[in-house]
Ligand binder design. Structure first.
Ligand code: 3HC
Ligand code: NAI
Length: 696
């Protein structure tokens, strides 16, 4: 017997205990152990029931994702499930923690299910670009009907035990030790001579309008294929006998496993976890964190304070004057009211956070007890240095001084204090209490335990933290500046901002770059262009048409006009005819004859610019690994998760083809399209970005 499944006999019931930490994934050894356990129980005289339980924190978290992409090893999970279900013995699952994917599929192949009230079940395969592949799409609809199954399967969401009971996914909900409860349930079922209940033997569920369900799911997935494909698998449960439905499901699962989308999403799953795992921080203890200071309560400061309060940290927020302090408090109150409305906090917690945990002040003296300060004042080096001077004087020794600057030199800020080892960049994204990304910017002299504390804060706040080095824009904004420039060049050459936005949302971005610019405020880019103008290379192409709009006081959504025109009370905007005129005027001035672009070419140029700059960012050590870039773009810039990130996208395209395209674009603009040395090196060596992830 496999040591991953422990066999014990308790009177008429055998317990099969899965022991595969940390989450009992269904590795080959576990699958074999379950097969052997069933054989042995059936041969064990006097046994009437088998109880399956999980050791540790979960029943079973699903198939072992590390095995995907490798040659499938027998026994296969669908066969294990069929074996369990077909047993003449009564089989019972007692579920605690999570039962996900293949874990729920094992439970659905048993005859009775009991779960703890805080247990969660689900079929999250769509989040890996897959669909349930061990009978989930065939058994669940027979058990609970088509509509609820489609919701569970296409959303991939976790369902809490009370709702699972209501839906009929579990039969019983009870608190206690899962094994003790399961044994009692088995005894009860044996005493009542309860029949085996094989879901596969239940009648086919009722028909629905499958094409409508497919189309609606495809639209909702914004280009992601797996949820829509799952609709077709559920359709098979209605239209085919069980064994044929199972074959159809398996075929679709194996097909999806080969797709770039599932490779991208599996890459995202593992690297979302790996990104905060820095070898350099092994054994480095973070400093204690109980209270944080926030300087400036504007858009970012208020969001950062909200995030800290929602994570149960005390906050002292400093503003410039009484009026600004009151505005900051109102902003935080508004954010917390939103959290209350969405059920994230109770009214009592909301009131306590505002009255006890938050202090808004105009005096830096109130920062004497905080453990870490995040500065979020105006993006101006002199203002920042002035603030850091005051922090240096007001904060206790050991207090970490962080800046939320978007672009400014963290080394220069650190050098303006007497404690540069305690200075770090903590770059949040707007809205800071919602967006998952946190760039942790490590300056030349930042102490290792300060870096460790940055990551600990990220964990406390529920962020995906990425280590970045110091440069203009760090990882994300630096790469953004480059791909935005590629989009600007295409506008000058003839693609409209609206075609570009549409092509990129078609690729899977939540928004196109021009809609994003309108949302962020056109004044930011305008100021940056003015700041960079003195150092501009003579060959750099920078469009000026949008500056004309800014000069007229139009800054995007907040003023009602930008690339788009925004009518009050309407969602989204409509193309601004002024923009089309201004572009035409600039093209005439520069003697450019506009040409047509296909959507595919727009996407390719945009992506090649992104990958090229990202390869420079990795090559220079600003990002340690390609996966750091991928997670930055995924969690801070709306990059479609099903591509895994720009570096994964490039690997999937073939780095040689990406480099070849960059070189062909360089024939038109050699200054902008300088190939990244790292990209050239990887192509020459026949390696991928993923090789660098594995090495790190
Ligand atoms: N396979 C392999 N490793 C897994 C895994 C799985 N299914 N689920 C989690 N792990 C690993 C994680 O990578 C992590 O490893 P690390 O410590 O080396 O980084 C470790 O287990 C702990 O995971 P988390 O850090 O995520 O722990 P949490 O407690 O925060 O979350 C969880 C636990 C809710 C189970 C979460 O890990 C999760 O959602 N896992 C994936 C569940 C899933 O997608 N299941 C479906 C798999 S596909 C399938 O079953 C196909 C079938 O239909 C044929
Ligand atoms: P903002 O203009 O909304 O807020 C700045 C606040 O700082 C104002 O409320 C102002 O009163 C206050 N302030 C100015 N000087 C101060 C001082 N000496 N002491 C105390 N308070 C002072 O600006 P925003 O957008 O919140 O940006 C703040 C910082 O965050 C900037 O460095 C910006 O680059 C960065 N950032 C901005 C993002 C965004 O999307 N807005 C995203 C990520 C970073």
């Amino acid at each position: 017997m496999s040591d991953k499944v422990n066999y014990t006999r308790h009177g008429e019931t055998v317990v099969l205990r899965i022991q595969n930490p940390p989450v009992n994934a269904l590795s080959q050894a576990v699958r074999q152990g379950l097969m052997d356990g069933m054989d042995r129980a059936e041969a064990d005289s006097g046994v009437k029931a088998v109880l399956i339980v999980g050791e540790g924190r979960a029943f079973i978290a699903g198939a072992d994702i590390t095995e995907f992409g490798k040659t499938p090893l027998e026994p296969w999970l669908p066969d294990v499930c069929n074996r369990i279900e077909a047993s003449p013995l009564l089989v019972i699952a007692s579920m605690h923690g999570v039962s996900l994917g293949g874990g729920l599929e094992v439970a659905l192949s048993t005859h009775y299910r009991v779960a703890q009230p805080d247990a969660r079940v689900g079929l999250p395969e769509v989040h890996l670009g897959l669909l349930p592949g061990a009978g989930g799409t065939q058994r669940l609809p027979r058990l609970i009907g088509v509509e609820p199954s489609l919701d569970v399967i296409t959303s991939g969401r976790h369902i809490k035990a009370p709702q699972a009971l209501e839906l009929g996914i579990i039969d019983k909900m009870e608190t206690g030790d899962p094994e003790t409860l399961g044994l009692a349930y088995a005894a009860e079922l044996i005493a009542a001579s309860s029949p085996r209940r094989a879901i596969s033997e239940m009648p086919n569920p009722a028909q629905i309008d499958w094409d409508a369900a497919y189309d609606a799911t495809l639209k909702k997935g914004r280009g992601q294929m797996s949820p829509a494909q799952a609709v077709r698998a559920v359709q098979a449960s209605v239209e085919l006998p069980f064994s044929d439905g199972l074959k159809a499901e398996r075929a679709m699962f194996m097909e999806l496993l080969k797709t770039d989308q599932s490779k991208g999403m599996i890459h995202a799953f593992f690297n979302e976890r790996a990104v905060s795992n820095l070898p350099e921080l092994k054994g480095v203890e973070p400093r204690a964190l109980k209270a944080v200071g926030v300087i400036g309560g504007g858009t970012m400061g208020a969001g950062i304070a909200t995030a800290a309060l929602l994570s149960r940290l005390d906050v002292v927020l400093i503003e410039n004057g009484a009026e600004q302090a009151s505005a900051a408090k109102n902003r935080i109150a508004g954010n917390l009211a939103g959290a209350l409305k969405r059920g994230k906090i109770s009214q009592e917690q909301h009131d306590a956070l505002l009255s006890d945990a938050l202090k808004v002040s105009t005096s830096f003296d109130d920062l004497s007890d905080v453990d870490l300060v995040v500065e979020a004042v105006f993006e101006d080096m002199d203002v920042k240095k002035d603030v850091f001077g005051k922090l240096d004087a007001a904060c206790k020794p050991g207090c970490i001084l962080a800046t939320n600057t978007s672009y400014l030199d963290v080394n220069e800020i650190a050098a303006s204090t007497a404690r540069p080892a305690d200075v770090i960049g903590l770059h949040f994204f707007s809205p800071a209490h919602v967006m998952k990304l946190l760039e942790i910017v490590v300056a030349d002299q930042t102490a290792p335990d300060v870096v460790a504390t940055g990551f600990a804060l990220g964990r406390t706040l529920g962020k995906v933290s990425v280590r970045a080095g110091v440069c203009d824009g760090f990882i994300g904004n630096r790469i953004l500046a480059t791909y935005r420039t590629a989009a600007d060049h295409m506008v000058l050459d003839g693609a409209s901002p609206y075609q570009i936005d549409a092509a990129l949302t078609g690729f899977g971005f939540a928004m196109g770059p021009f809609a994003v610019a309108d949302l962020a405020g056109l004044d930011i880019g305008w100021m940056t262009r003015k700041r960079k103008a003195p150092d501009r290379h003579p060959e750099e192409r920078v469009p000026t048409y949008i500056d004309r709009l800014c000069e007229e006081g139009h800054f995007g959504q907040k003023t009602g006009e930008g690339y788009y025109v925004y009518e009050k009370g309407q969602r989204g905007g409509t193309p601004n005819p002024r923009i089309t005129e201004l572009i035409a005027a600039e093209q005439a001035e520069l003697n450019i004859t506009p040409r047509a672009f296909t959507d595919a070419e727009i996407v390719r140029r945009y992506m090649c610019a992104m990958v090229n700059e990202a390869a420079k960012v990795v090559g220079e050590g600003i990002a340690r690994r390609p996966l750091d870039v991928d997670m930055t773009l995924l969690f801070g810039y709306g990059f479609p998760r099903y591509w895994g990130g720009p570096m994964k996208w490039a690997d999937l395209q073939g780095l040689d083809t990406v480099l070849a395209d960059i070189k062909s674009y360089a024939a038109e603009d050699a200054w902008f399209w300088q190939p990244a040395p790292l990209l050239e090196q990887l192509v020459a060596e026949g390696r991928t970005f993923d090789h660098l992830n594995k090495k790190a």
